[in-house]
Design a protein around this ligand. Structure first.
Ligand SMILES: [Cu+2]
Length: 151
């Protein structure tokens, strides 16, 4: 093999290696927030619930430790449980989503509790919610505001 051919082979090999370098950050794979929506409460209610899907198609689990939104004074993850025949909700301090799993936030189940809106919200508008991750990252989701009778 001539020197020229060896150099060409080395160049090809290193180009190939570049393509297989590990991602720059561990969080190059981001879970996705999909189908997000917020249900308006009765007029004057200082809180409303948010629903949607958080899909973790990454190879590692992800843990959500909190939420916030520029449109609200406070946001929390809640779960609804029937205790002694009564629907109760409680703050969910952590939500772990396994690889290839989906967390579903839906009426009667897990939901976002959005409190103290900074301004009245209208059906059809959108709000952004940021989910805080245990590894220090954040996950952004867009939520469409829907009328109180939306299911
Ligand atoms: Cu709640």
């Amino acid at each position: 093999m001539s020197m020229h051919r060896i150099l060409a082979a080395l160049a090809l090999a290193s180009a190939g290696m570049l393509a297989f370098l590990p991602p720059a950050s561990a969080r190059d794979c981001q879970p996705q927030v999909r189908d997000g929506w917020v249900r308006l409460g009765p007029a004057g209610m200082p809180m409303m619930a948010g629903f949607g899907r958080i899909e973790n198609s990454c190879a590692t689990p992800v843990t959500i430790t909190g939420a916030s939104s520029p449109a609200f004074g406070s946001a929390e993850l809640h779960e609804t449980r029937i205790v002694d025949g009564v629907n109760r909700m409680r703050h969910l301090p952590e939500l772990r989503i396994a690889p290839d799993a989906v967390a579903v936030l839906k009426p009667g189940g897990m939901h976002l509790m959005l409190m103290q809106p900074h301004a009245p919200l209208k059906a059809g508008s959108r709000v952004v919610v940021s989910f805080r991750l245990a590894d220090g990252g954040e996950l952004l989701g867009e939520f469409e505001v829907r009328k109180p009778d939306a299911l």
